[in-house]
Design a protein around this ligand. Structure first.
Ligand code: ZN
Length: 113
């Protein structure tokens, strides 16, 4: 657990720059399909396979459907469950006008098996 927090691949920093949703100013809950926009709270599941440095977001949930723990850990991957407020911006100064998370709280963490 400690190694996770001192990692240079700190998931909070990764997620702060990670574009959420494919449609610019909106995303959709993976469970109920509710529309999520800037100002909404979203809970995401992010994972990284141990042999890579690449984090990916596998699920976005609204506040109603948000899981409280990682339900089905992926073998061979480090997984993080995190919530935050959606905000429009330019993640990593790259793509313009994308939603991303701010004020991120890590809710759950699964180390690779
Ligand atoms: Zn939902």
């Amino acid at each position: 657990m400690l190694g996770f927090f001192i990692s240079t691949l700190d998931p909070v920093r990764i997620l702060e720059g990670y574009p959420i949703g494919a449609n610019g100013d909106r995303a959709f809950c993976s469970a109920c399909r509710r529309e999520l926009r800037a100002g909404h709270v979203a809970t995401v599941t992010a994972y990284r396979f141990v042999e890579t440095n690449q984090w990916d977001v596998s699920e976005v949930r609204c506040s109603i459907c948000a899981p409280t723990h990682i339900e089905d850990p992926t073998p061979g991957a480090v997984e993080v469950l995190a919530s935050g407020a959606l905000k429009m911006g330019q993640p990593f100064g790259g793509e313009s006008g994308r939603l991303h998370l701010t004020n991120i709280d890590i809710i759950g963490f699964e180390d690779a098996e």
